[in-house]
Design a protein around this ligand. Structure first.
Ligand SMILES: [Ca+2]
Length: 970
């Protein structure tokens, strides 16, 4: 502190009584900075006053330096007064007496002390300072967040934060300068008011400190707020944390028991680490929610493994070209059309009503699909309208007597909408896949092993359509590709073989063949006669001449008890080859039971009824028994049909006869060998009148009876045309009908009356009836004579009636020339004579003219008849030519017939047939000859007729000539 000097008393005067006043502050040039100057503040708290007398005024004596003189000068100080005031550092404005009556400051600004020189307890937030004119610098309280009432000033804290109040003894487990945080290993509770202990598990925690929410930080694999347990997938809490579960990811959920580390396996998986399939399961597969697939093995084995050599195969329908054989069906099974769209390459069904329609999968999706077990059926589907009503049976599988179904939305599939969506259905029985009804795995596999139907519901509302595309079914096949590990290879128990134990091993058979491959196999039971049997049928491969399913009997041709089990159980039957035998229980006799066809007897030594021969050669060479050959003309039910030794047929029926019943019996005819009995032999029924000697027999084949002369028909029951009187018994008599007067030369077969032309009469039609005339080939004409003018009703041959006098005209119905009809006197009256003169002259002339006309007509007629005669002759010639040709042919045919000498005496069939053929030929030839003969006769008759006509004509001509001569003479 620099001295603040005064020079008041430095002058000569006053030499005495001078008054010196001194203030510590007043007058100091730095007094304005008192508040900021601690030196100055210290300065004013002076505790000692030193007065220094530094220079004595001697008025020049000092120059002489005479001590005596100098000693006469001196200093003197009197009346020394010192003033002061309370020092309160600016924090008090008054001083008061304390308990010891000492003046102390009455402190404000949270200060205390006699001179307010310190802050009150808990007001230590900043350091104590003097109050100044500008700033009270009061002491501030500590911030202990209500958790403490004690604090101290912390210089370090103050420098860092500007708040030096450091709390002490924080409550509620708090800590920090302001009790603002929790103690170590404590955390603030939810209310924020208090701190709670972390309680971290010392083993599982990385530290004892937790976070604000009380959560401890855990060691690897440890979890929980207090780090007191293992995380999922970890186990066994130690100082190193939890150890990760060592679980097979394919077989487990990758979690394990927290205490033991044992893994949690999928349904069909086993083992500490879930690394192996349970017994009865195989193919540990991470894709399989159950882990392993149950062994099928036709339910015969529970041990199997994945088979090698199979690859994934997907059966699909993409509808790129057509509907690929998909069909539509209603619930009742009736079919409905499936529509295939070429543009969108999908198929659809359209409903009329609310009854559902189903898409039915084609054959390639069906059959044995055991290898699809656990695999997916996938399809794309959409509906026309989202107005869908799902059912429990939207996808249906059928097979092996089972039927399972799921709704379309099962297995996590979405609702069908207007956009194509993919629907996936896993073919597996577990409840996860919702197939109803619930089946056991073996049943589900059985269903797939014989899958007969896949139906997918196509319509879900009324008058709406459903569209299907990209149907696919995952299965497996042998061959290269992506391996299909889900195909089993069974480890079969004894008695079973095959990949799926589907076959019985050698020496085993099905105990219940109806169950097929599902049937258990049991050892073959062959009564000791075979080591093997058919695995399917169980039929033993019998040895030792045994037979039967289990070789339980002797095979045909052997006898004995096969069940004894020795190789000599069965002995050969003492019977002809092929026969079986049996032992008669009572007599123990061996009797042949199944003699060769046609033989009988205890040793098959006899021919059976209906057979003939000598099987054992008892009366000559051995002749096997053969069936009697009776041309089917015996009653098969009759006994004794043929001679057992010779074979002669003894009981021919159907009117047949002969050694072999091969011809008709006497009095019958026809084809004894015809197939139909009705076509066989018919009675001859020969007419007794027309048949020679009244015979009752006839030709074997044609049935022609032997007829008397001029008798005809098969049964000789009729006369030839132009003959009659069959009843005479001597043959028929010629009718001798007049060829002109009769119609056809025929006559009544009994009376012989010829059939006449109209107007003709007489037995032979040889003359006109009474009152008829003009006998000619067209018959006779009625005379029609006028009764008045005619003498009689009968006219002449030329038709002219015989007139009474005066009448004239063919019918006499006119009056003669020069006669007149008088009504009053009946008849024609003569005119006067002059009239008759003229008449007499004219008459001869007219007569001649008539004659000439007649001649001309006759000549014309003769020419026509001659032509006819010539034609007939020509026809006859042709017929004769034809007959000659036929005869030539017949000769030819006969030359070709090769009648073989019979090779064996006992084969008459051949001969019968040949005889038959010959007979037929002969009959045919006879018929042809008859025909020719008749034709020739006809021709002859015609010629005769023509000749007669010609002769008659010529006779007529001669007569006319003579007439003309006569006329000329006249
Ligand atoms: Ca398609």
């Amino acid at each position: 502190m620099q001295s603040n000097c005064t020079s008041l008393c430095l002058d000569i005067s006053p030499l005495t009584g001078g008054n010196v006043a001194f203030s510590t502050l007043e007058g100091r040039p730095s007094a304005y900075n008192f508040d900021n100057s601690p030196v100055l503040q210290d300065w004013v708290t002076a505790t000692d006053i030193r007065v220094t007398l530094s220079r004595l005024n001697t008025f020049g004596d000092e120059v002489f330096n005479d001590p005596k003189v100098l000693k006469s000068y001196y200093y003197a100080i009197s009346d020394f007064a010192v003033g002061g005031r309370c020092k309160c550092n600016g924090h008090a404005s008054e001083c008061v007496k304390n308990e010891y009556s000492k003046l102390v400051c009455n402190c404000k600004h949270n200060t205390e002390g006699d001179d307010c020189s310190v802050c009150k307890p808990f007001y230590n937030d900043r350091p104590w300072r003097r109050a100044t004119a500008d700033n009270a610098n009061e002491c501030l309280p500590c911030n202990c967040n209500g958790k403490s009432a004690e604090c101290y000033f912390d210089q370090e804290l103050y420098r860092n934060t500007g708040h030096g109040g450091h709390c002490r003894n924080c409550a509620d487990n708090t800590d920090g300068p302001n009790c603002e945080r929790c103690l170590d290993n404590y955390y603030r509770d939810a209310s924020g008011q208090r701190c709670l202990p972390c309680s971290c598990n010392p083993v599982g925690s990385l530290s004892t400190q937790c976070d604000n929410s009380g959560r401890c930080s855990c060691k690897p694999g440890v979890m929980g707020d207090k780090c007191d347990r293992c995380q999922p997938g970890f186990h066994t809490l130690t100082q190193a944390g939890c150890r990760p579960c060592s679980c097979n990811p394919a077989g487990s959920t990758q979690e394990c028991d927290v205490n033991t580390g044992r893994c949690q396996c999928k349904d069909n998986v086993d083992g500490f680490s879930c690394d192996r399939c349970k017994l009865g399961y195989f193919n540990l597969d991470s894709q399989n929610p159950q882990g392993c697939t149950p062994c099928f093995c036709f339910l015969h084995s529970t041990v199997c493994e994945s088979a090698d050599g199979y690859s994934i195969n997907t059966i699909t329908s993409t509808f790129n070209r057509d509907d690929e054989g998909w069909k539509g069906q209603q619930r009742d099974g009736s079919s409905v059309p499936v529509h295939w769209s070429a543009s969108s390459q999908e198929i659809s069904l359209i409903s009329d009503d609310y009854f559902p329609m189903y898409f039915v999968a084609p054959a390639k999706f069906l059959g044995n699909h055991l290898l699809s077990y656990g695999q997916n059926l996938t399809l794309n589907f959409r509906v026309e309208r989202r107005d869908t009503r799902l059912s429990a049976e939207d996808v249906v599988l059928e097979g092996a007597g089972f039927r399972v179904a799921v709704p379309l939305i099962a297995q996590g599939n979405a609702y069908p909408g207007e956009q194509m969506q993919t629907f996936v259905f896993r073919l597996h029985q577990t409840t996860d896949y919702s197939w109803k009804p619930m089946l056991k795995h073996g049943e589900f596999q059985k269903l797939l092993h014989n899958l007969t139907s896949i139906k997918i519901r196509g319509t879900y509302s009324e008058r709406s359509a459903g569209y299907l595309d990209n149907a696919s079914l995952v299965t497996a096949r042998r061959g290269p590709g992506t391996p299909a590990r889900w195909v089993e290879k069974c480890n079969c128990p004894q008695g079973y073989v095959g990949q799926h134990c589907g076959q019985c091993a050698v020496g085993y058979r099905r105990s219940n063949p109806e169950l097929g491959q599902y049937s258990p196999c049991e050892p073959c039971n062959c009564n000791g006669h075979s080591d093997t049997c058919d695995s399917v049928t169980g039929m033993c491969n019998c040895q030792d001449n045994t037979a039967g399913m289990s070789c339980e009997r002797c095979k045909d041709g052997y006898y004995g008890d096969a069940t004894v089990g020795s190789s000599s159980d069965c002995k050969p039957c003492p019977c002809p080859s092929g026969a079986t035998c049996a032992i008669v229980p009572k007599t123990k006799d061996v009797v042949c039971t199944n003699c060769p066809a046609g033989t009988t007897g205890k040793r098959c030594e006899l021919c059976d009824d209906g057979f003939f021969g000598d099987p054992l050669g008892t009366s000559g060479p051995v002749r096997a028994c053969r069936a009697c050959k009776c041309s089917d003309n015996i009653d098969p039910n009759a006994v004794g049909n043929c001679d057992r030794e010779t074979g002669e047929c003894l009981k021919c029926i159907y009117n047949t006869d002969g050694f072999f019943c091969d011809r008709c019996k006497e009095g019958f005819y026809g084809n004894a060998l015809a197939a139909n009995p009705a076509d066989k032999c018919k009675p001859c029924s020969c007419s007794p009148y027309g048949t020679v000697d009244r015979q009752t027999t006839c030709m074997q084949v044609t049935g022609q009876c032997q007829c008397l002369p001029h008798v005809t028909n098969r049964d000789c029951g009729a006369c030839e045309p132009g003959f009659y009187n069959l009843q005479s018994g001597k043959g028929c008599e010629r009718c001798n009908c007049n060829p002109i007067g009769s119609t056809n030369g025929h006559c009544d077969i009994v009376s012989g009356q010829c059939e006449c032309q109209p107007g003709v009469t007489g037995q032979r039609c040889e003359h006109c009836e009474v009152n008829f005339f003009g006998f000619s080939s067209s018959g006779c004409k009625p005379c029609d004579c006028d009764p008045e003018g005619s003498r009689t009703a009968q006219c002449r041959d030329d038709g002219y009636c015989e007139c009474r006098p005066g009448f004239v005209g063919i019918r006499c119905d006119m009056c003669e020339e020069n006669y007149f009809y008088n009504r009053s006197t009946p008849g024609c009256q003569q005119c006067p004579n002059c009239y008759s003169l003229v008449r007499d002259k004219v008459r001869p002339v007219l007569l001649n003219m008539t004659l000439i006309q007649n001649i001309r007509n006759t000549v014309d007629n003769t020419g026509t008849l001659a032509d006819k005669a010539r034609n007939r002759v020509r026809e006859a010639e042709k017929l004769i030519d034809r007959a000659r040709e036929e005869l030539d042919k017949a000769k030819d045919a006969i030359s070709k017939v090769d009648i073989k000498t019979p090779t064996t005496a006992g084969d008459p069939n051949n001969m019968t047939l040949l005889a038959e053929e010959a007979r037929n030929l002969a009959e045919k030839h006879k018929m042809e000859a008859d025909q020719i003969e008749k034709t020739a006769k006809d021709a002859n008759d015609t010629s005769t007729k023509a000749y007669n006509l010609l002769k008659k004509t010529l006779d007529g001509e001669n007569k006319i000539n003579s007439d003309i001569d006569e006329l000329n003479k006249k």
